[in-house]
Design a protein around this ligand. Structure first.
Ligand code: AMP
Ligand code: MG
Length: 531
């Protein structure tokens, strides 16, 4: 099937057609009780211009890459709404930092409807930053270039790493300025605006169900649950109490798989509020996220969370469970006995442990032959890595290259380990590497028990340990260059992040450890929710 220009592609609108929504001429932010969504129109922008495009996703969706300007870019900017689109903003609520926040909703994201991919599966296209909706509260419905670029790049990078995520099709500059106080310190500034077209089977969140339950809107709660089952979990059978339980278990399972991936690639979401939890177990809402550089379970990039560190790297498994409990509570009115949802929480814990262990074995080039010993081995690694300041990505990539020599036992092991740690560490205080050295000796002995040929082991490890991740300072550099009109940094990054396990030896610098100047740099090491 050949690709068509976006404005020529027919849209389907099941969310709008099948659920109860409001279609009101009233402008302005407001409460929208009784409805699952509001019909809205995107607000036109002055001078839309294509800044980046995901080739692979475009091909899959059968959407042709647009020229820099024209009708397709107009559609991606919200300037053109075609006859088959029924744009809407979804109503949802959520717990923010542990507290119930009431109605939130799509305050700046506007869904255009669904298109069919080349394999026939439907995908929703949503414009983030497309103007105010009833859910905008006191904000402007817009997004700045730096945060849109970060969402665009990271969604596609996560996909290439095999992490469940929403996707991003395009990044469009609006030609308009947006005012933001980046660090909430009384320094509002004009920044260029942008819109990301993001793509997922659906953007329904835990919070969509929570708002219905919180307001006692049982008809909407059931309708939304049944809609989700029919469209997104058809394999679970016709909606009803048994299917609801199986569904919750599947959401729990998928959430665990997602978090296990985060924990093994070193991704910190930054704002795991329940409104930022996808009902499909996808990473969603890229805001003040970050990538671990020194392995530190207590690290978070989000300045808003510096006090309690609720959403720090090491807290993510616990927080996802908390969020699942909030979802269970929202779904409980649909069941005669809500206790049956407890099974889902057990499934979460088991799947998380199993998946994390499996992913870690792959990273270490091990197959599951000695379950008990291997659990101890993978279980001790985080502790060993967190003492000297070890760069997580570097460590695993270098270990992959080292594996054949370790297996062959030809080199001086102590010297090899010392070199590995020196290369991967930001700093090592005297004696701080003791646990890691001990661990490396144990690991080497275990690695030698693997039956596979040593080069095959190395190849397997290189396919599990990325060379390139979206280091915080790299995203910042790409954003600063784009703001100055230079898209080459963004394009280079897109290129390596699309195939992050390949060497790309001409781009070695993009795999380097974080440079010293970026250690505490605002925007690179610390981010706020201002976006
Ligand atoms: P977030 O922290 O990005 O997940 O957003 C929390 C809530 O604030 C969601 O309801 C967003 O739609 C809304 N929101 C964030 N930024 C804006 C904005 N610039 N304009 C309108 N709503 C916003
Ligand atoms: Mg959000």
């Amino acid at each position: 099937m050949s690709a068509s220009s976006l404005e020529q592609i027919p849209f389907e609108n099941p969310f709008v057609d099948e659920l109860r929504g409001e279609d009101s001429a009233i402008q302005g932010s407001r409460q929208v009780p009784g409805y699952c969504y509001s019909r809205v129109q995107p607000t036109s922008v002055q001078a839309p211009r294509l800044l980046a495009w995901s080739e692979e996703l475009g091909e899959y969706l059968g959407i042709a890459k647009p020229a820099a300007q024209g009708p397709a870019v107009d559609a991606l900017a919200g300037n053109l709404v075609t006859a088959s689109m029924k744009p809407f903003a979804a109503r949802y609520g959520g717990h923010q930092f542990g507290n119930w926040a009431g109605q939130l909703g799509d305050g700046r994201a506007i869904s255009l409807g669904q298109v069919a991919a080349v394999d026939g599966t439907p995908w929703e296209i949503q414009l983030k930053g497309a103007g105010p909706t009833p859910y905008s509260r006191r904000a402007d419905g817009r997004a700045v270039l730096r945060s849109s670029l970060r969402e665009f790049l990271c969604s596609e990078a996560m996909h290439a790493l095999g992490v469940p995520t929403t996707r991003a099709l395009s990044l469009v500059g609006t030609g308009e300025a947006v005012v933001r106080d980046m660090f909430y310190n009384g320094n509002p500034q004009e920044e260029p605006g942008a819109i990301v077209a993001r793509v997922a089977p659906t953007f329904i969140r835990f919070g969509n169900f929570q708002i219905m339950a919180a307001h006692g809107e049982m008809d909407n709660l059931r309708a939304l649950a049944d809609y989700t089952l029919r469209h997104h979990y058809p394999e679970l059978g016709p909606p009803g109490p048994d299917a609801y339980v199986r569904w919750f278990e599947e959401v729990a399972r998928r959430t665990a798989v997602m978090v296990a991936h985060w924990m093994t690639v070193g991704f910190v979401h930054g704002v795991m509020n329940t409104d930022n939890m996808s009902i499909l177990g996808l990473t969603i809402d890229y805001g003040p996220y970050g990538w671990l550089e020194p392995y530190d379970p207590d690290w978070t990039p989000n300045t808003t969370d510096f006090g309690s560190r609720r959403y720090a790297f090491g807290q993510q498994p616990r927080v996802a469970l908390w969020n699942l409990m909030a979802l269970a509570q929202a779904l409980s009115p649909l069941l005669p006995d809500a206790q049956v949802l407890r099974g889902g929480l057990d499934i979460y814990a088991r799947t998380l442990a199993d998946t994390q262990h499996e992913l870690m074995l792959r990273k270490l080039g091990l197959t599951s032959q000695f379950p008990d010993e291997d659990r101890a081995l993978t279980g001790e690694l985080p502790q060993a890595l967190s003492k000297p300041e070890i760069d997580m990505t570097w460590f695993f990539r270098q270990l992959s290259h080292l594996a054949p020599a370790l297996i062959a036992g030809t080199g001086n092991e102590d010297a090899l380990f010392a070199e590995l740690i020196a290369k991967a560490a930001y700093s090592v205080a005297p004696d701080e590497d003791r646990n890691l050295l001990k661990w490396l000796h144990r690991y080497t002995a275990r690695l030698r028990q693997e039956p596979a040929e040593k080069e095959a082991i190395r190849a397997g490890m290189l396919a599990a340990n990325p060379k390139y991740v979206l280091r915080n300072y790299l995203a910042q550099q790409a954003a600063e260059a784009a703001e100055a009109g230079d898209l080459s940094v963004l394009e280079r990054l897109m290129h390596v992040l699309k195939t992050p396990f390949d060497e790309h030896s001409e781009y070695e610098a993009l795999a380097a450890k974080r440079p010293d100047w970026a250690r505490d740099k605002p925007g690179a090491a610390t981010l706020s929710c201002s976006s």
